[in-house]
Ligand binder design. Sequence first.
Ligand code: M6R
Length: 585
Amino acid sequence: MCSIIGYKGKNFAAPILVDSLKKMEYRGYDSVGVATFDNGGIMVRKGTGKVLEVNKNLAISEMAGKIGIGHTRWATHGGVTDKNAHPHSACKNNIAVVHNGIIENYKELKEELTVAGHTFASETDSEVIAHLLEVHHGKGVRDAMIQTCKRLKGNYAFVAVFQDGTIAGARYEEPLIIGVANDGYFISSDVLGFLQYTDKAVFLENGDICIVDNSKLEVFNFEGTPVAHPITQVAWELGDIEKGKYAHHTLKEINEQKITVVHAGRQDEEIISKFCDLLANAKSVYITGSGTSYHSALIFKYMLAKFAKIRAETVMSSESQYALASIEGDSVLVAISQSGETADVLDSVKLAKNQGAKILLIVNVTTSSLARISDAFLSTNCGPEIGVAATKSFTGQLALIYNITDRLCKGCLATARAEFAVAIENVIASQASVMRVAEQMKDCTDIYLLGRSIHYPIALEGALKLKELAYVHAEGIAAGELKHGPLALMEKNTFVIMLNPHDPTFGDTISNAHEIKARGATVIGISDRKDDVYDHWIEIPQLKEESFYPIVEVIPLQMLAYQLALAKNADPDYPRNLAKSVTVR
Ligand code: M6R
């Protein structure tokens, strides 16, 4: 949820840290801070706001020193205040720490440290790390790191700078990656933190500690035993994280979908065969994910049942501790995640793995924790998704799901898949109707989205986009449930979006539209077929294979949410209170 970065090298640290934090800001963006080491002392500058704003106010990038750490925060413990921003210092200002995760036993540690005479400056759980390091610093940095990690409960990745100019990091259930450059080292929560400077990375494992001292790197575990990890070359192109000609990353990513769905469909023969074999031979299949990725899981379940005759159970990752508590050992759990770091998804995977299940993963970040613990993974190949709202990663997941299903049904979808790219291009090009609808809806307070069958997950996904980006109450409803309750909500000021392509669900959904219209609500149809019942019609292309409609239905909803966010002066890339990667429970 937060981004952390450390640098020790031949260049001035502060401008590099600010640049890295800007690139990782999507992970959390309520406060910013940097600590640098220079001339035997540690300086800290921090405050609330976004990276560029705080840098402008505090001139962070002008701080001296070639060693430093930095952080962008997504508040968990303690409000959004300057004091709660990281880095946090120990009492003697001899150590400063940045942290991502949650220290579950921070209250007892804080009490113990307070009794021992330590004074706390913030309300955060993270600050205990700095004080613990100070307590254990007597025998040097190595011992301080080991003893501190042994006292912490919860999930964390942290990086500390010490008064001798050493930087050190540790990880437990939160990612931490070392960037190895020609002229220095980085310790970061994300490869994007250093990709501009080096594509050589060392991925730390759970329970690893690293120390960069005198320009040499040392990695060992919590028992002090040295561990060796290979240097991996990271493949992503840096250009991908720039906005280019677009006003926002989200808009760029919506537009990129015509290409990303094609990339997602291309897979290595051997890996996809292994993936499909494991899936086809499993006794039971479970599919899990969170948020948008869970909506992909719902569509995957439908596709598997219809075309591959495989019955699967979908489980929202946050519910898995109950739903996956007892599964057979020869099960397969398919996890879907853009980031590969979502804590709830990791929990589901560990739970299933511990019971002997095989883990198959659909992921965008192939260097992520989930990719490292799965039995086989397929990449959506979308490139970095920076906007907090999942857009291209969702359609990438769908394109990949269609590809997997096509394998399982021995090519039954192959011809139809060719029409994706053109269809998506057409949807993206015809934004005028979305703009008109956005204009009508800009002050509305309640939006309902209705769809049946494979369109129901898109009703859920559209509602999620509208809540997340436009801060409006939006609800996805299975259209058949209308008369069982939601019809009571239909009145003059409600807007209802019907997901209604011309497939076997069309007639029933049109009947619902009439029922809604009769109650005075405004009806918007997303369909390839015009109908008089719609007050507004958003046209989508006609597709040969009806199961592919979700991919063209969701794009107008993404655009609508984006336009409504702009109308409300909300930043579509950084929705309030949210972070891209939810690495805490
Ligand atoms: O990285 P993941 O796919 O595991 O993330 C899961 C959700 O947190 C994510 O889809 C979230 O719901 C999005 N911000 C929705 O746009």
